[in-house]
Design a protein around this ligand. Structure first.
Ligand code: SF4
Length: 84
């Protein structure tokens, strides 16, 4: 069962490309200049989200740490705790 929720505050993404370079399995650049979570679900607030497993936590944590404007977040799904 997926343990984490990966979130992207897409409206505030500046399109630097770091996440897609660090973690191309989960992140790609869109034609509009911003990044997308591959297979991510769009939300009403224009963020995207995707449930991820423990094995995919580290690579997405690296993507989040590479983001200069901190618009990538990871939450513990069970507790709701924001990890990054
Ligand atoms: S690293 Fe952050 S600002 Fe850069 S493209 Fe990815 S989400 Fe957007």
């Amino acid at each position: 069962m997926a343990k984490y929720l990966l979130e992207h505050d897409r409206p505030n993404c500046i399109g630097c490309g770091a996440c897609a370079a660090v973690c191309p399995k989960f992140w790609e650049m869109n034609d509009d200049g911003k990044s997308d979570i591959k297979g991510g679900k769009p939300r009403k607030d224009e963020w995207q989200e995707l449930e991820i497993d423990e094995k995919d936590f580290e690579t997405n944590r690296e993507a989040a740490e590479s983001c200069p404007v901190n618009v990538i977040h990871i939450k513990n799904k069970e507790t709701g705790e924001k990890i990054i």
